[in-house]
Write a protein of this length. Structure first.
Length: 380
């Protein structure tokens, strides 16, 4: 590679919405102070998406290709062939959409790019989708130069236990801007929604199958029976939102559930929560749980989520096979225990614990930039 050229890192994503991967990558974009490294994005959404304006305002490029739909197998590959042929400036292709990475990464390699398959999830939803994704990712380890994952669970789920055990998968934690939570203002959010005298149960996440909002509502219904002063504050958006709203209405909880939508000041929402309930079907390494810990928020989460994310003691894991009432009891018990710990003066410096564990984006940015410089040497 010509040493005078910029190292262009192309992130392949479904879109530039408010999802976990997108937020983590945008934190890296904002913190990048290496003049030799430039980010670009390849997405399959028609746009505009949530982060488009910010990306473009930074002088970065967003490219678009069609979404993979099986029947467009050949045209999907052709679109990527044309794209990579026309963009020889790209150095590293970081495939965050591993579902179809086995299709586009070999094409990127053909044109000399260094390829990385980066798994950010430990599962997929539904039997048909599971079968399709398993088929598409079966030979992914053979079709990429490098394998990265946000957790051990994500590594095994995408690349197989054999590759993980052999050390072929590099664990790259999803990091957050820890210092952003230093001055978070939960009081402003509480005032905004008029919930000053309520027990605030919170959730942050897109309304998609993995987040398990249906079960979240069942859990909250039981919490509300035990604590009638409780309110459920949910931040996020997504295709399953209308169905969840209908369920809330059916259960008569319209006045006790708030659908807040997407917000850039999400750190203030975490600070407004008395407790976060997170019963996901599966995750990679959920950044929202790192963010909640940075805000000092107690969390009860499903036990399928990687234990790598719990570095503060604020998380209690609970089984998805347990009843909503058991979840409610466990949640309120956990809230009581954490509150007693804080009131006794034994509370920890949660943000420092996250930094010490390597979850701060400022520290990770330097490591990643060094890694990109090493990868760039392999560009053909």
């Amino acid at each position: 590679m010509d040493n005078n050229k910029k190292i262009v890192v192309l992130h392949v994503l479904g879109c530039l919405g408010m999802g976990g991967a997108e937020n983590r990558i945008m934190d890296l974009v904002r913190r990048n102070d290496d003049p030799d490294i430039e980010y670009a994005f390849l997405v399959n959404s028609e746009g505009p998406d949530y982060f488009d304006e910010e990306v473009l305002s930074r002088g970065l490029k967003i490219y678009r290709v069609p979404k993979f739909r099986f029947y467009n197998y050949f045209s999907y590959k052709k679109a990527h062939d044309v794209f990579f042929k026309e963009h020889p400036e790209i150095t590293v292709v970081q495939g965050n959409t591993t579902n179809t990475a086995s299709l586009y990464l070999p094409i990127a390699k053909k044109y000399g790019c260094v390829t990385v398959a980066h798994s950010r999830s430990a599962g997929v939803g539904g039997r048909l989708k599971t079968f399709v994704v398993s088929f598409l990712t079966k030979h992914l380890p053979e079709k990429t130069d490098y394998m990265w994952a946000c957790s051990s669970d994500a590594a095994i789920g995408t690349f197989g236990k054999e590759n993980y055990d052999a050390g072929r998968v590099r664990i790259i934690f999803d990091n957050i801007d820890v210092d952003k939570f230093k001055d978070s203002d939960g009081a402003g959010i509480i005032k905004k929604y008029g919930i000053e005298d309520r027990l605030v149960i919170g959730h942050v996440g897109s309304f998609l199958y993995p987040k398990n909002h249906d079960f979240l509502i069942d859990i909250f219904a039981k919490i509300h029976e035990k604590r009638p002063d409780s309110v459920l504050l949910m931040a996020g958006d997504g295709p399953l939102l209308p169905g969840i709203k209908e369920k809330v209405k059916r259960l008569g909880l319209e006045n006790d559930c708030i659908f807040a939508g997407k917000h850039a000041d999400i750190e203030n929402y975490y600070a407004s929560f008395d407790l976060m309930v997170f019963p996901s079907h599966y995750e990679g390494l959920p950044g929202v749980l790192l963010e909640a810990q940075a805000a000092g928020t107690p969390i009860i989460a499903s036990d399928v989520i990687t234990k790598d994310v719990d570095v503060t003691g604020l998380i209690r894991y609970f089984g998805l096979s347990e009843s909503p009432e058991s979840w409610a009891d466990a949640a309120l018990d956990h809230l009581k225990n954490v509150s007693e710990s804080k009131n006794s003066g034994t509370a920890k410096d949660y943000r420092q614990l996250l930094k010490d564990a390597g979850f701060d984006v400022t520290l990770e940015q330097k490591k990643l930039n060094d890694l990109y410089h090493e990868l760039a040497k392999e560009r053909k």
